[in-house]
Write a protein of this length. Structure first.
Ligand code: TXA
Ligand code: MG
Length: 523
């Protein structure tokens, strides 16, 4: 099919109206995003919308009207709350759901007994609906699953050859789709946030709820209040991960991620390739830019994208709602220490894994080094050790030999020593923790440091391999090596106590094992 590109002059709008009245499909601009319109009362025409978009048939469409009173024949009843919302927000970026009248067919309503109605404020949209002379069913004019189009160019990308005409009306003012509120439930509920905020709605009709799935996604056994909630949405080809962090932490994190792209605010200073989506304190600018930014990232060939997190209130709730879906709900939370605890038996090759993690941008904290330095740097610890074990200093410093003689062969004293040293070591490690970090801690569990870690990883290897490695590395006998290993936790212990396991025998594919773990954490 040849797709006509129309302008916004009267002649072209009349032509668009004619195409729609005759059962054809026309994409047109609205104040939110471009819509893909058909005569809402012509079920055959409406079916073609689902076909052109590749949209599941149970996902209902919004019916667009040109005059406030045109809602009356479409619904069972215009309730007082509906009337109040119409008076306050029509025309504008608000969609109201009410029980439907018989005029609304099964195809438009996706088989539901309700209908969604909206009256756009965009002048071109309004003229097109008037020219068609019928209510217009119109979803966003994108291929199902892709970001909604905020510029004519993206509609042309997605719909050329599939529909009769596209009106090029410039860029959309708001950039995210309308707020969808249902009045068909006991308490009015926002099913999709948009530029008309919860607070604005509440100021007109009192208490309004926000559906749980708006910010948190749907649980497996949950049924969707709005079928659109359950489908993958707004997803670019790139993998998007939201980074929950303040600006400085975000910048530091993203600058360490080789090969990644940043989806960030205008103010952010990043050294990786970037696409901005508005300004940090301007929610409306974020809404306007987001979908365009997602599409541009694909044009730039981005594979992994780290997005700065938007707020979740006001208009930004709409931005967050779209972005979290584009990210398939993957969030790296850097508001808490993001430290991976790396442990395992001697000879399993933890240092090698650390090297690999360092190459991938992690800050490595070597607990053995921290232990070595702790006696020189922590005066309070030195004092409490002297209180416990008598004068164990030489020239004012802890004498490790003296200390060793006291605790060696005395298990209870060794335990007391550890009880004093371990917390100091953990504190020091936490203070060294930059984002993201790996705590290289052979004695992670002995020290109780696992609780300070976001996730724990055990590095394991066959006993034979470990023995070979230790005898070579430390220049000790098989016997001595065996002895050392026998005092350590078993493989089963590590497997049951750690979140992840890396098998580090010589023939394992270590890079893949590491990347799989990091991928599952959002890297
Ligand atoms: O801003 C907008 O609303 C744009 C422009 C073109 O007007 N349109 C739009 O339509 O975003 P669409 O189809 O992409 O999104 C409509 C959303 C879907 O999530 C759908 O499931 C939901 O509204 N919806 C429609 N009718 C519904 C109903 N009766 N009950 C519950 N949800 C409904
Ligand atoms: Mg859509």
């Amino acid at each position: 099919m040849e797709t006509k590109i129309l302008s916004t002059n009267d002649e072209d709008i009349a032509l668009a109206g004619e195409i729609l009245a005759n059962g054809g499909l026309v994409a047109f601009p609205t104040e939110t995003v471009y819509g893909l319109g058909a005569n809402a009362l012509n079920e055959e025409a409406v079916k073609n919308i689902y076909k052109a978009k590749g949209r599941p048939s149970d996902n209902p469409l919004i019916v667009h009207i040109a005059y406030k009173e045109d809602i009356v024949p479409l619904v069972k009843e215009v309730t007082p709350k509906a009337q109040a919302l119409i008076d306050a927000f029509f025309p504008g970026p608000l969609t109201i759901i009410l029980p439907k009248s018989d005029l609304i067919g099964k195809v438009v309503s996706g088989g539901l007994d309700t209908v969604a109605v909206r009256m756009p404020i965009n002048e071109v949209a309004n003229k097109v609906i008037k020219a068609a002379g019928c209510p217009i069913a119109a979803p966003s004019a994108n291929t199902s699953g892709l970001p909604s189009p905020t510029r004519a160019k993206y509609v042309i990308d997605d719909m050329t050859g599939k529909i009769e005409a596209i009106i090029d009306g410039g860029d959309c003012e708001f950039g995210v789709e309308s707020t969808v509120i249902t009045l068909a439930t006991d308490t009015p509920t926002v099913l999709r946030p948009g530029a008309i905020t919860k607070e604005m709605l509440e100021s007109v009709i009192g208490k309004v709820e926000v559906a749980n799935a708006v910010l948190h996604g749907m649980k497996d056994n949950e049924t969707a209040a709005s079928p659109g909630m359950k489908y993958k949405h707004y997803a670019p080809k790139a993998r998007v991960v939201i980074v929950d962090a303040d600006r400085k932490t975000y910048e530091e994190f993203v600058n360490n991620q080789k090969g990644a792209f940043a989806l960030c605010f205008d103010e952010d200073e990043v050294s990786v390739p970037r696409v901005n989506y508005g300004s940090e304190n301007d929610d409306l600018s974020q809404a306007r830019e987001l979908f365009d930014a997602l599409r541009r990232l694909d044009e730039m060939g981005a594979k992994t994208v780290y997005a700065r997190i938007p707020r979740t209130t006001g208009v930004a709730m709409a931005v967050y709602n779209r972005l979290i879906r584009a990210a398939a709900f993957t969030v790296i939370d850097l508001t808490k220490p993001f430290t991976l605890g790396l442990t395992g038996q001697s000879g399993s090759g933890k240092s090698y894994i650390c090297k690999k993690l360092k190459e991938r941008g992690f800050n490595i904290i070597d607990c053995d080094e921290v232990v070595k330095n702790i006696y020189d740097t922590n005066e309070a610890l030195v004092k409490s050790l002297c209180n416990e074990f008598g004068d164990i200093t030489t020239d004012g410093k802890i004498d490790r030999k003296k200390l060793g003689n006291i605790v060696f062969n005395d298990k209870s004293k060794l335990e007391r020593l550890n009880g004093l040293v371990h917390p100091a070591v953990i504190d020091r490690c936490v203070s060294l923790s930059k984002l993201p970090s790996v705590l290289d801690a052979p004695q992670l569990f002995e020290a109780g440091a696992q609780d300070k870690c976001f996730k724990t990883i055990a590095v394991l290897a066959d006993e034979k391999t470990r023995l070979e490695r230790i005898t070579k590395r430390d220049n000790i006998s098989q016997e001595q090596a065996k002895n050392r290993l026998s005092s350590q936790f078993s493989e089963d212990y590590f497997k049951s106590h750690c979140d992840f396991v890396i098998y580090n025998n010589d023939d394992n594919d270590i890079d893949r094992e590491i990347d799989d773990i990091l991928h599952s954490l959002g890297f």
